[in-house]
Design a binder for this molecule. Structure first.
Ligand SMILES: [Fe+2]
Ligand SMILES: [Fe+2]
Length: 303
């Protein structure tokens, strides 16, 4: 009996594509330094200084008023002294990956700035949560938050027409975007994100956040805090309004059983009044919004 050839899946098609954007050298190096607790100030500064156009952009952003610094910062070492190693590392990482898919097609449903506010917002929010929960040892939190939806960027970059239909279906059928992806494309941005993570050689912990951030279980809340952090940061950023979802969620955080369970596990979070918590979230998400605006302006000036 003749078996029909299986239809190539989108992943097969992706495998055939040779011009997938690569992860910039600085970003790759910063990731390799993540798990090194003794990483020195000098090492990070030297690494960043290897890329003078990037240094110019970073100094422009730092001196743009975004950080409200009283004095002008003239070099990377000074920037690290004033803003701290973590802040500079996250900033450099974000600026270096901002351009990777910059030529992605903009469309009615896909707004690049909105995508970035969602990504930077999720990254920032994951950091804020990790600090509340005194989990600051997760140095990859920001990067995992920033990259969690990069599968969407890949889908829009290589399959923008098909992806447009996914947005339309999500809208018409009032289903989350990920459900429409599965129905229309046979795979999700989470799977595509995992594919990209493997291609880019990202650490497994980040790759798994890209794969599983929509499928968090009660068990993960204790066993997989990085995944839980990005999952909730994503939810909060969506509720706040920085979302690609054509039908943004109407549910409040305090109606999410998983979040309530998470609060039960973390007394620091439980002790915080909801209103106060929301104000803190609001402030940080506005910061992420202005960060993306500034990155865009600086890209236009320096490129
Ligand atoms: Fe997602
Ligand atoms: Fe997301």
């Amino acid at each position: 009996m003749n078996h029909p050839e299986p239809k190539p899946t989108l992943l097969d098609e992706l495998e055939e594509i040779s011009d997938v954007p690569t992860l910039p050298h600085v970003a790759t190096q910063l990731i390799t330094l993540l798990d090194d607790p003794d990483v020195s100030f000098k090492r990070v500064a030297t690494l960043i200084e290897e890329d003078p156009p990037l240094v110019a952009k970073i100094l422009k952003l730092i001196n743009s008023g975004y950080y409200h610094l009283a004095k002008e910062i003239r070099d990377v070492k000074q920037a690290i002294v004033y803003l701290g190693l973590d802040e500079i590392r996250n900033l450099v990482f974000a600026m270096s990956v901002y351009s990777t898919f910059y030529n992605v097609k903009r469309s009615e449903y896909f707004d690049y700035s909105q995508f970035w506010v969602h990504s930077a917002g999720t990254a920032k929010m994951a950091m804020v949560l990790s600090k509340y929960l005194k989990m600051s040892s997760y140095s990859s939190t920001y990067i995992a938050g920033l990259l969690h939806d990069f599968g969407r960027l890949v889908l829009q970059f290589f399959f923008s027409e098909q992806y447009q239909k996914v947005f339309q279906k999500s809208m018409e059928e009032n289903v989350p975007l990920i459900v429409a992806e599965r129905n229309e494309l046979g795979l999700t941005h989470a799977q595509v994100g995992f594919w990209l993570a493997e291609r880019w050689g990202l650490p497994e912990s980040i790759a798994l956040v890209m794969l599983n951030h929509h499928e968090v279980t009660e068990k993960d809340l204790e066993q997989n805090p990085l995944l839980a952090l990005v999952h909730f940061a994503n939810t909060i950023t969506n509720i706040w309004g920085a979302t690609l979802e054509p039908n943004p969620p109407s549910m409040g955080l305090d109606e999410d059983p998983l979040w309530l369970e998470f609060c039960q596990l973390h007394p620091d979070l439980r002790a915080l009044p909801m209103l106060e918590m929301l104000q803190v979230f609001d402030m940080h998400l506005e910061e992420a919004e202005s960060f993306v605006e500034k990155m865009e302006q600086i890209k236009k000036i320096t490129d």
